[in-house]
Design a binder for this molecule. Structure first.
Ligand SMILES: [Zn+2]
Length: 367
């Protein structure tokens, strides 16, 4: 270690739990951050500062102005740049002595195993189910700990999935992803900006503990954080012997690409406007109107004549609909119904449209 490095890490090395030996371990460690967004930002910043020898980042996105409320790796001058470029510049400034490896790609079944193989610990900062399941599965296959974090509005969750060290994996808790569109994403639900800061920092903390081999890792424990009540709660998690990936007789043995849940390109789908819908209803035109929200939402408000088929039930209930007939699908704001339209087109519906803006726009502009 150079004199500069000794100074840089002196607050670590002075602690007997770390010492020069622990710092050497950190300097030799290889950590992969999946995502350079809300969780990845604080995680990568602290991991770089701690001197993680090789820090990998997977991301393919550009910095958007709406990211800056929480993604503290990026600044206003970075809007429009690749997140990886902006992250690299910031992390190099924090610690120029570490290696920063950029993986500019979507994390998919095609590259996941290879990317993960070059690291000791994975910090999953992804915000979507396909990536979360993929990083879980690939870490189980490779016997690497997967430091998990997720945020939603004011609530955060974090744990360490490491079946090879005794705990469960993500699939022990949730064997399969929820049906597409049934869970809102960040953009739809919102998130308090500081929340990923807290959760991502805990993820960095757990990664560092795993590398040092000190303390009690969050293996088999889920830490749940409520920012409004300012309360941490802890739940014990157990490995499920029936788990499809880490169980005693696994059925999933290679990486799977689930469909992008929130990634339907809305502009590629045929849509109708609320005023067009109003016209069709008034002229008593023959068509089927399908509401894919949940029963509770339907009870609060619905459009006259709409047939309720919650999105999660749609695959099993398509036979209730006429595939040839003009069909208009709506939900609250148009996201879930976009998923529905996509599914229905794939199932052979030839004349199906998404209601632009959903019932929310309908109530604003029509009723
Ligand atoms: Zn499992």
């Amino acid at each position: 270690m150079t004199k500069d490095q000794q100074l840089r890490y002196s607050r670590h090395m002075i602690m007997p739990e770390v010492g020069a030996e622990g710092q050497e371990r950190l300097n030799k460690a290889r950590v992969l951050c999946i995502g350079a967004g809300g969780l990845g930002s604080p995680a990568a910043l602290y991991l770089a500062a701690a001197g993680i020898g090789k820090l990998g980042l997977v991301d393919f996105d550009d910095v958007d102005l709406s990211n800056l409320q929480r993604q503290i790796l990026h600044g206003t001058k970075d809007v429009g740049r690749k997140k990886l470029d902006s992250a690299r510049d910031r992390l190099r400034d924090v610690n120029p002595t570490i290696e920063i490896q950029l993986h500019e790609a979507r994390f998919t079944s095609a590259n996941a195993r290879e990317i993960v193989s070059a690291y000791d610990v994975v910090v999953d900062g992804s915000d979507n189910f396909p990536t979360r399941y993929l990083s879980n599965d690939v870490c189980v296959f490779a016997n690497k700990p997967n430091v998990y974090g997720s945020v939603f509005r004011f609530d955060g969750q974090t744990t360490v999935f490491a079946p090879h060290l005794g705990g469960p994996c993500y699939r022990c808790l949730f064997p399969e992803p929820p049906p597409p569109g049934s869970v809102p994403n960040c953009a739809q639900a919102g998130v308090l900006g500081v929340l990923p800061g807290i959760v991502g920092t805990i993820q960095a903390n757990e990664a560092i503990k795993l590398i040092l081999g000190v303390g009690e890792p969050l293996i088999g424990r889920l830490l749940y954080f409520d920012a409004l009540k300012m309360k941490f709660r802890e739940f014990n998690l157990r490995r499920d012997p029936q788990c499809p990936v880490c169980g005693d007789s696994p059925t999933i043995t290679k990486p799977i690409d689930y469909e992008q849940f929130c990634g339907v390109a809305m502009d590629e789908l045929p849509t109708v406007s609320v005023s067009e819908l109003k016209q069709k209803l008034e002229s008593k035109e023959s068509f089927q109107l399908v509401d894919v929200r949940e029963p509770m939402e339907y009870e609060i408000a619905n459009i006259d004549g709409a047939k309720l088929i919650p999105l999660g039930e749609l695959p099993d209930r398509m036979s209730e609909l006429d595939r040839e007939r003009l069909t208009i699908v709506h939900c609250h704001s148009g996201q879930r119904s976009a998923q529905a339209v996509k599914m229905m087109r794939e199932a052979g519906f030839t004349n199906v449209f998404n209601l632009d803006g959903g019932i929310a726009r309908w109530s604003d502009e029509v009723e």
